[in-house]
Ligand binder design. Sequence first.
Ligand SMILES: [Zn+2]
Length: 279
Amino acid sequence: MDMKVKPASPQHKQERVSIYQPEQEGLIYPEIPVFDNVADERQHRKERLVAACRAFALQKFDYGSAGHLTIRDPEHPELYWTNPMCVHFSQVKVSNLVLADHSGRVLEGRHAINRAGFVLHAAVHEMHPDILAMCHAHTVYGTAFASLGKRLDPITQDTAAFFEDHDVVNEEAGQVVVEVKAGHRVASALGKGKAIIHQNHGLFTVSRHSIEAAAFWFIALERCCKQQLVVEASGAKPIHLSPETARYSREHVGSEYLGWLHFQTIWGQLVEQQPDMFD
Ligand SMILES: [Zn+2]
């Protein structure tokens, strides 16, 4: 089945123009690919999902078998490609990805998935048809910050990327048995935002654009949690950006397109250093 991919939105085009600038015409610059068939687009999404997992390994986001990344299938958007259970992020490759449905039933792939954790992704994807990709992992700083049960403050340009664009789910998340309920709470809290801090649990990011954007904003969110914890631990009182400045910064540095663009540096590194991700 042939399928044309929707062209970049006017906002993405505008952002590309503002960053690239006309006088740089002809120079190397990452372009969002356009596909004329669904098989190529599926292969592309699977390769980028693997790269996102490898990026999480580089960031040391692994914690045993915890952590899931999902991207919708381009032909069957009710199905998601995800990483296999009990395979280290650094060993995820195209050939061991798993395709699953909302209920966590595996339709393609040899590996099991963590159904208890997957229900959180399924709840979000089911409630938000526009969300293409989602990332979750048990990271050191994100999970530590999540214990505070509060939003990030706009203390840096980095954290401004999440200003009024993330929320907190204040709920004890200590037991696997509450995962189904927690999934609905996380999904409900998302709204149009790109991230959730789940109290006592950790971080979630989503993208309506690409797995690359979801993965980059996850890396950024973990970094922002670290920044705020470091500042607070120092005892100093950080200066907050004004809401207007934080909003302006978010619009200019916190978009889906910018997340995708940032990830291209990681993609280039992985292609050169980890060619086995395509196996
Ligand atoms: Zn979790």
